[in-house]
Design a protein around this ligand. Structure first.
Ligand SMILES: [Mg+2]
Length: 165
């Protein structure tokens, strides 16, 4: 169980992901979490730095999708602005949404990297699906009360993982 919580990589933010290194590993697409990974929780605003990152991902010839446990209206609005596909209400760590994206891109799960700020949803879900997983530090500490509680459990696991790496 604990093994499935281990991210393949830990970085500070999406901007620190080495896209060319991912390509060398055979990664062809990125599935990004939305809240506190791409934008602050509940945000509907897209910063220029994020737009530039999406361009960098495209220039690296990587496909990009958003998979979010949040509901469709905001998720779809933001993904449309960014010009990427999205799966809202994803129920991560369930595998369905991750598999759905793999099918849409016609890729094997091992060719996809999942990027997210939560061990128990993004990383666990990605690992269960057989994808490469990258943990980022949450953009802001402002979040859903339920997430705050989960976060304490994650901190416990993350400390153990970091001690092991
Ligand atoms: Mg998140």
């Amino acid at each position: 169980m604990l093994q499935k919580l281990y991210p393949s990589e830990i970085v500070d933010s999406i901007y620190e992901i080495d896209l060319s290194a991912l390509k060398e590993k055979g990664i062809k697409a990125i599935i990004a979490d939305l809240d506190n990974t791409l934008v602050p929780w509940r945000s509907t605003e897209i910063k220029d730095t994020l737009i530039d990152w999406v361009k960098d991902v495209r220039n690296a010839e990587l496909s990009l999708a958003i998979v979010s446990n949040n509901t469709s209206r905001r998720v779809n609005g933001l993904s449309e602005q960014l010009g990427v596909i999205a799966v809202p209400s994803a129920v991560k760590p369930r595998r369905r949404a991750f598999r759905n994206v793999a099918e849409r891109f016609n890729l094997d799960p091992s060719e996809i990297a999942v990027v997210g700020d939560q061990l128990l949803t993004d990383i666990l879900g990605g690992n269960r699906t057989g994808m490469y997983t990258i943990l980022v530090t949450p953009i802001s500490s402002n979040e859903f009360i339920g997430t705050k509680i989960i976060r304490q459990i994650e901190r416990f696991f993350l400390q153990r993982i970091k001690n092991n790496v």
